[in-house]
Design a protein around this ligand. Structure first.
Ligand code: NAD
Length: 360
């Protein structure tokens, strides 16, 4: 039976980058004779304009039926003033929670061709290929009780609860160990076990899994040291796994090591490996509709989809190779352009990847 991929272009530059990603999907479907069916639905501001809500039932239904989802981006100034309960972002959050996408995979890859764009020295980041696995639906962002209360003396006190159950830790641990197996086989678990009991348990569960995944080399690091090591020597890491809040911070820091947000894909997975794939960037209203956006993060998201949800490693590698060769040949959208390279539009970049893909 054919597998279904749902495309959710969304808003702003979302439809522009998804159009280029779709070109690549259509091409690999034909070249590798894949039994994949593409469908498209509305999400975010586009859905508000058409249906009055950011996540229509019809979209949620298709998302539930799909084997994998490719999302562009949602949001923009046009919808900034509307009621918070139906803002475009609610559509995205509704999808993440509705589909129970607890495992967030955020690669930080610095293509050697773009190492000059990083804020770190070129030799520290050229060739960086790091994957951060972040727990996305638990931890202190969701723990109860939470709130702001008034104490007897009239002073206000804010409080949150940092909580993880063994099963929550184990399921994100398995995502990370499985990912490490597909890469260099090294996993660094990040916690604060010297201070926080919840992460003492986190460490125990990771150690238990480590005895099961004997082929993966497990290490542990406190989060403050991990932040320092990411900046000092980022290439020491292969895969890092951590909770929701630490992952939020570390993955943004790691993203910036690579120099351009237009290059970074991401995945959010459920317990069965079904995933939603999306570029890390937003809808970029400042360049939307101008054919200027870099589509490579969206195209690399397709490669992640092939690898993590569809089990098509060879197809993933082929897409990644085509992107690398496109950079080698000097094609640059405006966000990664510097003198001496070929400045191209969104669609020209998509065409360049497509043409190189057909030749490898
Ligand atoms: P943004 O990522 O959209 O843009 C930040 C800067 O990066 C802008 O200057 C933009 O032009 C540039 N940029 C982003 N993607 C690019 C690309 N592919 N090619 C070239 N340049 C690119 O972040 P923002 O400005 O903070 O947010 C804009 C809107 O996007 C907001 O409404 C926000 O809520 C939404 N947003 C959505 C998502 C998502 O859908 N997952 C994520 C972040 C922000």
């Amino acid at each position: 039976m054919s597998q279904r991929i749902l495309l959710l272009p969304g808003d702003g530059i979302g439809p522009e980058v998804i159009r280029e990603a779709e070109k690549i999907l259509v091409q690999v479907i034909s070249r590798f004779k894949l039994d994949l069916q593409l469908e498209t639905a509305l999400l975010g501001g586009a859905a508000i304009d058409s249906e009055g809500i950011p996540l229509p039932d019809s979209t949620l239904k298709l998302a539930n039926q799909a084997d994998a989802i490719l999302l562009g981006a949602v949001g923009g100034p046009k919808w900034d003033e509307i009621d918070r309960s139906i803002r475009p972002e609610k559509g995205l959050l509704g999808l993440r929670s509705g589909l129970q996408l607890f495992g967030n995979l955020r690669p930080a890859i610095t293509f050697p061709q773009l190492a000059d764009a990083s804020s770190l020295k070129k030799e520290l980041v050229a060739g960086l290929d790091l994957l951060i696995v972040r727990e996305l639906t638990g931890g202190i962002y969701f723990g109860e009780p939470r709130g702001i209360r008034e104490l007897k003396n009239g002073e206000k006190q804010g409080f949150n609860t940092y909580v993880y159950s063994e099963s929550e830790i184990e399921r994100i641990g398995r995502v990370a160990f499985d990912a490490a197996r597909k890469r260099d086989g090294r996993l660094c678990s990040v916690d604060k076990a010297n201070v926080l009991e919840v992460t003492v348990l986190w460490r125990e569960v990771m150690d238990r899994l480590g005895r099961e995944y004997k082929d993966v080399q497990l290490s542990h690091m406190y989060v403050d040291n991990a932040a320092m090591q990411l900046i000092r020597e980022p290439k020491q890491f292969d895969v890092m796994v951590t909770g929701n809040m630490f992952g939020d911070i570390l993955s943004d820091a790691a993203a910036m090591l690579t120099g351009s947000i237009g290059m970074l894909p991401s995945a959010s997975l459920d317990i069965n490996g079904k995933g939603m794939y999306e570029p890390c960037h937003g809808s970029a209203p400042d360049i939307a509709g101008q054919n200027k956006a870099n589509p490579l993060a969206a195209i690399l998201s397709c490669a992640m989809m092939m690898r993590y949800s569809l089990g098509l490693e060879q197809v993933a590698l082929t897409i990644e190779k085509a992107v690398e060769q496109t950079l080698d040949e000097g094609y640059r959208t405006v966000d990664i352009f510097s003198d001496g390279y070929k400045k191209v539009s969104t669609s020209e970049m998509g065409d360049a990847v497509s043409s190189i893909l057909s030749s490898i």
